[in-house]
Design a protein around this ligand. Structure first.
Ligand code: NAD
Length: 476
């Protein structure tokens, strides 16, 4: 852990073993903090705040850019740790670490462009609106993108002038630790960025309940987000909540079938479906359902599964036995209610799959909304399909969810694309693409998928308060 500029173990001497989901082998022992460690980290961040918040934005930017370089210098080591603790294939782990470095570069620049407004409110007075860092930010992140999701929070927080206590998932602390240490090595002053490991129940809870942080930025499950919102209400903390999703993909009758199938396979199965914006429900027009299904299955069959350290592999293991069992339960529920499995639906056979949490990417059709997979977040490698006849019907099905993170539409008709895009209840809509996360566009959820925005300039504002200063002018 990193507290007040020093690498420390937990005071109680607790540690946890991190295991590789592909092999079951131990990867590392990691110190696990408790409430007392969290308090030390929060106090260090509070002490560092006056200096960091007043630093020249250029100075903060230079440190973040230097941090990005240090992260890139260590990319191979960080990516390997990421694959071994989380399971994703090495080439995707490298991409994740690169994206984390990009977050530092991006907000180094954005932080330098923070500005306010001058408003001539009335004769005899002027109003200045300035933006100031809001204080200590507590950052709590999940296991599916341990480096990236942490980076896209702490980069805007630091660039805005906040000091930070970060708690990555206790299941995947390794890449996050190396990432934070790289930033510290780049010369961040002591206490500006603190890293603490530990359980959500104890360490996470302290970050939410303590009066020190003014802000909690959380990515994780919707139920955890609701708990945090209730508890944070006691100290009226600012919140950014990036929560669960159940993203629909609508494939219209005029869609490019090959392209739509390729995009759905990529977004349903990459990272074994453990992505908040995974394609979770596919609605395909009846007239093209057969052709689309054939193409989807053909592409799914080609995916190579194995240990993420093997460069030939497209899909690693599922992250944990609990996630694998949840996937199996959702498949069994769908089958019982009339769904048909077109590919997968089971664990792969063979010696190399014996010890990891492997599972075949699974394609199903004849789905309906009574099935858990269409209503809850599976967070596993599944592509469930249902057919429709009219655009109105597809829209209604797509919006029939408590979540609203992302939605995708495949069509050659731009009028139809806009008709859907403006009516879909989601924070991001992809037209003929399932890649909706880009640095310069805001990302976040509607409905129970969350509150607040990450990425883009919008994320900086999540770490600042506005202040109105009114100036009286004599003789104006
Ligand atoms: P989780 O909610 O179990 O845990 C997330 C983090 O919160 C961990 O660091 C955990 O230790 C901590 N935590 C748990 N209980 C806590 C508590 N009571 N108080 C404070 N902190 C607590 O989620 P997970 O299983 O790690 O992640 C998967 C979930 O994250 C999925 O639902 C996924 O959709 C969601 N997710 C959302 C986005 C997004 O941008 N919307 C991105 C990635 C993942």
């Amino acid at each position: 852990m990193l507290i007040d500029g020093k690498q420390v173990d937990s005071m109680a001497g607790k540690a946890a073993t991190i295991t590789n989901p592909a092999t079951g082998e131990a990867v590392a022992e990691v110190s696990m903090g408790e409430r007392a460690d969290a308090i030390l980290a929060l106090e260090a961040a509070a002490r560092a705040f006056p200096g960091w918040s007043k630093a020249d934005p250029r100075e903060r930017g230079d440190l973040l850019r230097r941090g990005a370089e240090t992260v890139r210098d260590g990319i191979e080591e960080i990516a390997r740790l990421l694959t071994m603790e989380q399971g994703k294939p090495l080439r995707f782990a490298r991409r994740e670490v690169e994206s984390s470095a990009e977050a530092l570069d991006y907000y180094a620049g954005e932080g330098e462009r923070i500005s306010g407004e001058v408003v001539p409110v009335s004769r005899g007075s002027r109003s200045l609106i300035i933006r100031q860092p809001l204080g200590v930010a507590a950052i709590i992140s999940p296991w599916n993108y341990p480096a990236d999701l942490l980076a896209w929070k702490l980069a805007p927080a630091l660039a805005a002038g906040c000091t930070v206590v970060a708690k990555p998932s206790s299941h995947t602390p390794l890449a996050a630790t190396r990432f934070v240490m790289a930033l510290a090595e780049a010369g961040l002053p002591s206490g500006v960025l603190n890293l603490i490991h530990g359980s959500g129940r104890e360490v996470g809870r302290e970050l939410v309940e303590s009066p020190i942080p003014r802000k909690v930025s959380f990515t994780g499950e919707t139920d955890t987000g609701k708990w945090i919102m209730e508890r944070a209400a006691r100290t009226l903390k600012r919140l950014s909540l990036e929560l669960g999703g159940s993203s629909p993909a609508i494939v219209c009758e005029d869609a490019e079938i090959d392209e739509a199938a390729a995009a759905c396979v990529q977004r349903a199965f990459s990272n074994m479906g453990q992505i908040c914006i995974s394609v979770n429900r596919i609605y395909v027009h009846n007239s093209i359902a057969e052709e689309f299904t054939t193409e989807l299955v053909r592409r799914t069959e080609q995916l190579r599964i194995g240990d993420g350290l093997d460069p030939e592999v497209d899909l690693g293991p599922i992250f944990s036995e609990a996630q694998r069992e949840k996937t199996e339960a959702h498949i069994a529920d769908a089958q019982k209610k009339g769904a048909r499995i077109l590919f997968g639906g089971r664990r792969p056979e063979g010696e190399k799959f014996r010890r990891g949490f492997f599972f075949l990417p699974t394609v199903l059709d004849r789905m309906d909304h009574s099935m858990r997979m269409m209503r809850e977040e599976t967070f596993g490698p599944v592509a469930p399909m249902m057919s429709f006849d009219t655009d109105e019907e597809a829209l209604k099905l797509a919006n029939d969810s408590r979540y609203g993170l992302a939605a995708y539409v495949f069509t050659a008709d731009m009028t139809r694309a806009f008709w859907f895009a403006e009516r879909l209840e989601a924070g991001s809509v992809g037209i003929n693409t399932t890649n909706v996360i880009v640095p310069k566009a805001p990302f976040g959820g509607w409905k129970e998928s969350g509150i607040g925005r990450e990425r883009s300039r919008a994320a900086l504002r999540e770490y600042m308060e506005e202040k109105h200063i009114r100036i009286g002018l004599r003789g104006d």
